[in-house]
Design a protein around this ligand. Structure first.
Ligand SMILES: C[S@@+](CC[C@H](N)C(=O)[O-])C[C@H]1O[C@@H](n2cnc3c(N)ncnc32)[C@H](O)[C@@H]1O
Length: 276
């Protein structure tokens, strides 16, 4: 007699993710289940399908459906100067360290539509460090990277971004960084002069350089423990000694096996420095 009856939906999700991985190579097997479930259900409703098994059948036989599915699966919410106190702490605590380097490599992993990258470029320009920097902006999602490359954001967001920029220690008038055209703000091309946008998947790809700073904010919350550990190993191997790791507000190194290899440099801001 079977004492434990597995949930059919959990089995369907496992099979779905395994099928996508085996057939297309996209690996969502170690994403956190609760957020994944919500997104799968909303996609099923949108496509007018009966259940997860029907979705699996459609995805494996229709690549266009897979492309729509990939877009719906990841949460791409972002903002310029998100959590301004984080950027303020970066300005105060990290910028003086960066000044000691002749050349600075920065990696934004999971950069979404790029608002975080433009925020960093603005901050570095204001600190007169940008000319010494190379910023690598990566995400698994090709579509958001295209937006990031364009540097065009909705004009209606600029009022809110101006406030966040000021709270992040901004030194100029924020409107100097963009030109308004109809309902869009087109950011200065000089802000992406030293930026390389590229596709990189934290679940499957390896390290591609050594960095002085890695930002991976609001990405790890969507991963389970196994994938979080993989990514922390990747970051630890990709950071130079005393390199800086910036995580999101709801993320932390506490209770991970990497906690001992870093020191917190700004209390509560999720800014860590790799120990030697
Ligand atoms: C909520 S956004 C965070 C954006 C930005 N870092 C911020 O904090 O505002 C999460 C991003 O992680 C990306 N992402 C999800 N899984 C990923 C993976 N396996 N590898 C790289 N990026 C991934 C998503 O495409 C999305 O753009």
């Amino acid at each position: 007699m079977m004492l434990f009856k597995p949930n059919l939906e959990d089995i369907e999700i496992k099979l779905l993710l395994e099928g996508i991985y085996q057939y297309y190579g996209y690996d969502f097997r170690n994403y956190a289940v609760s957020s994944l479930k919500r997104r799968i259900h909303s996609f099923i409703r949108l496509e007018g399908l009966e259940n997860i098994s029907a979705l699996q059948e459609k995805l494996l036989h229709d690549r266009t459906c897979l492309e729509r599915f990939l877009l719906s699966l990841t949460v791409n919410v972002t903002s310029m100067f998100r959590d301004p106190s984080f950027y303020l702490a970066f300005r105060k605590q990290v910028v003086p360290l960066l000044r000691t380097y002749p050349f600075i490599r920065i990696w934004h992993a999971g950069c979404s539509t790029g608002e975080e990258v433009y925020s960093m470029a603005i901050l570095l320009q204001e600190e007169n460090l940008y000319h010494r920097c190379r910023i690598y902006a990566t995400d698994t999602n090709e579509k958001v990277l295209q937006n990031a490359k364009s540097g065009i954001f909705p004009l209606k967001m600029m009022q809110e971004y101006t406030q966040l920029y000021l709270r992040a220690g901004g030194k100029q008038s924020f409107s100097e960084y963009y030109t308004a055209a109809y309902d869009h703000a087109i950011f200065r091309a000089s802000l992406r002069e030293n930026v390389i946008f590229a596709q990189h998947n934290l679940a499957t790809d390896s390290s591609f350089n050594e960095f002085n700073v890695i930002f991976c904010r609001n990405v790890l919350i969507y991963f389970n423990q196994v994938l979080q550990k993989r990514v922390h190993t990747l970051f630890h191997n990709s950071l130079c000694s005393f390199g800086i790791l910036g995580l999101g507000k709801q993320e932390s190194l506490r209770f991970t096996s990497y906690e001992q290899y870093y020191e917190e440099i700004a209390k509560g801001e999720k800014l860590y420095r790799r120990l030697n």
